[in-house]
Design a binder for this molecule. Sequence first.
Ligand code: GRF
Length: 300
Amino acid sequence: MEAQNLSFSLSSTIPTSQIQIQKTPSLQFLLRTKKNHSLNLKGIFLKPHFCFSPKNKKIECRNCLQRVESEGSTVLDDGVSKQVRKKKLAVFVSGGGSNFKSIYEATADGIVHGVVVVLVTNKLDCGGAKYAREQGIPLILFPKAKDSSEGWSTEDLVYALRTWNIDFILLAGYLKLIPTELVQAFPRSIFNIHPSLLPAFGGKGYYGMKVHKAVIASGARYSGPTIHHVDEHYDTGRILAQGVVPVLANDTAETLAARVLQEEHKLYVEVAAALCEERVVWRQDGVPLIRSKEDPDHYK
Ligand code: GRF
């Protein structure tokens, strides 16, 4: 491993002479302080080291991305035993991150044959970002905030996700529109979860409690999450999976949201498992379907 001194532009209080960068055989550079300091970077608490992307962009990180490179292939027994490489996932969040957490736990438990390589967020202090820090998952701030040098450009994000061979991007409560460049760079690979039965109660402005209030006000008797392919618009991509819950006569937006969220956790894990086991197939008209694990001739 080659070590060299680094001069860099982070607003840390530690002199650059005390910092070493190590170029590793894999993609990233590890940054460590000689005294194993924690760095406090613009109010963000960082553990002793963090990583840089191939383009030398800053990523909060505890356990470096190197661990991902060591993940090998595994045999899955789904009736037809086949060799499937663990898929690399990037999850995008803006809020509490309960869907991210359930996907991450499912990867850790082996229910989802994948690994969460990176968390992308537009809010470094949201619950999802906090959970990523606790788990040592690298964190990227995207997009760049207005009037700030913090955050990544779309170009850098696309470059890094491609370089890390990300297989799937899972949006889990990420409130920003995904730029065209990113959508085009990852065809058939980006999915989002929405808390209503699309195409009803979707599109710009339909997020959070607004969705559930509109569902209750409409008199709809059923609601539930939809996981759909992501295109350049809000909530218009083809539907991959849906879950149904009842809307009760005395529901408030909060009680309905809680019921839907519970269903979301189940549905997103099922979908992530299907993606990672290569059980998602695309109908000729562009609709994605999930091949059943038990009966390979059956699609849902
Ligand atoms: C979920 O209701 C999801 O459908 C929507 O945003 C919410 C995210 O919740 N897109 P959480 O952050 O996963 O808890």
